[in-house]
Design a protein around this ligand. Structure first.
Ligand SMILES: Nc1ncnc2c1ncn2[C@@H]1O[C@H](COP(=O)(O)OP(=O)(O)OP(=O)(O)O)[C@@H](O)[C@H]1O
Length: 345
């Protein structure tokens, strides 16, 4: 059993008719009690266990305000400012944190809080004006709806281009091509040779997610794109993200969905007014963010209700993990039967 304070709720996990193998609610209450091992994957880590993969140190970035401010004649004469002076602001400033291997971090904050900007700084597509964001591993970013794909190229060409930019050879992409397209779905398969800009936003996200999560990069950044797909596709994405987390990959997730954040992330970062307002357990961060956002309309749960919700979430998480383990075992048993048959044949 874990050494957490005993829950205030009396709710306990119960057996059902369809429990996955290994489910043991009589003896195990939380995720930690199961001691799940990391699942072998295709990623090769450069960073030793225990060392941070992302180190953000006094990070700051300043942007020009979109609109030019018209200075009065008085300001121009008395302050010496030029009529062409533009107002700037710090979208992020004094941000400090580190992230380790296998952490799943949820980023929250109001609109314009700097979440996407932080992901772009981690991905290296924006450079800071102050401080640094050092990343010791490769990053697979899905931080724009378009996945960074090029509109005039076909979907097929974009798959090869993006995977190639992330270090995959043509042969490796050939091997995974069908898996990528199957995941993206039949509409994407039918449109493989049309220019990507003709894709609907749902098709763009399908292809973007399929490609980005097929790369062998240890760090995955996902920015609020899951909301675009339909429910069936979202479920597939959830399972894939959980499979990647099983392999110990590091995830950064930006989402306005409390359910998604609590499902995947154990740690939360809350950005507010360009600063890091809070860094802590995802549940506490969501609670603080919601209370800031809703003010007196925020309904704070009792400790017992919170404990019950937490245990239920952990129970579903355990069941899903055991289910995935069972599917993986079945798949590898199938693969070894095939190879034995092939050897005999
Ligand atoms: N390239 C840019 N030039 C000027 N301002 C920018 C640029 N990129 C972002 N901003 C501004 O920086 C601030 C932070 O934007 P950002 O997109 O990071 O917020 P966000 O937290 O992701 O918001 P949302 O939840 O609405 O997606 C906003 O005020 C935005 O207008």
């Amino acid at each position: 059993m874990s050494e957490q304070a005993p829950p205030k709720t009396t709710w306990r996990p119960q057996r059902t008719q369809n429990d996955p193998p290994g489910y043991d609610p009589e003896n195990k209450l939380t995720w930690q009690d199961y001691d799940f091992p990391t699942v072998p994957g295709t990623v090769e880590w450069k960073t030793p266990v225990g060392e941070p993969v992302i180190t953000v140190d006094n990070l700051g970035i300043e942007f020009l305000r979109g609109r030019k401010r018209n200075l009065s004649l008085r300001e121009i004469i008395f302050t010496g400012k030029s009529a062409h002076d533009r107002e700037t602001f710090w979208a992020l400033r004094d941000i400090n944190f580190t992230v380790g291997r296998g952490e799943a971090v949820g980023l929250v904050g109001g609109n314009g809080g700097g979440k996407s900007t932080l992901l772009k700084l981690i991905a290296g597509t924006l450079l800071p004006d102050e401080g640094s964001a050092s990343v010791t591993e490769g990053v697979a970013p899905l931080i724009e709806l378009t996945g960074g794909f090029i509109g005039d190229l076909s979907a097929r060409e974009n798959i090869y281009l993006t995977a190639g930019l992330h270090g995959m050879s043509r042969e490796q992409v050939d091997e995974r091509f069908d898996e990528i397209v199957d995941f993206a779905g039949p509409a994407v398969r039918d449109g493989l040779d049309v220019p990507y800009r003709h894709f609907s936003s749902g098709m763009q996200v399908r292809l973007g997610f399929a490609v980005i999560t097929c790369l062998d990069e240890p760090i995955i950044l996902v920015d609020e794109v899951l909301a675009v797909g339909d429910a069936a596709f979202r479920n597939k994405c959830y399972t894939r993200m959980e499979n990647l987390l099983d392999q110990g990959r590091t995830l950064f997730l930006v989402s306005h969905s409390e359910g998604d954040l609590l499902r995947f992330c154990t740690r939360g970062l809350y950005l507010k007014d360009g600063g890091l307002e809070m860094d802590g357990p995802m549940e506490d961060v969501v609670e603080k963010y919601m209370s800031d956002l809703m003010g007196k309309d925020h309904h704070k749960q009792s400790d017992a209700a919170r404990d019950e919700a937490r245990l239920k979430r952990q129970d579903s998480r355990v069941r899903r993990r055991l289910q995935r383990d069972a599917e993986r075992a079945q798949k590898s048993a199938g693969a070894s039967t095939d190879s034995t048959a092939a050897a005999k044949g």
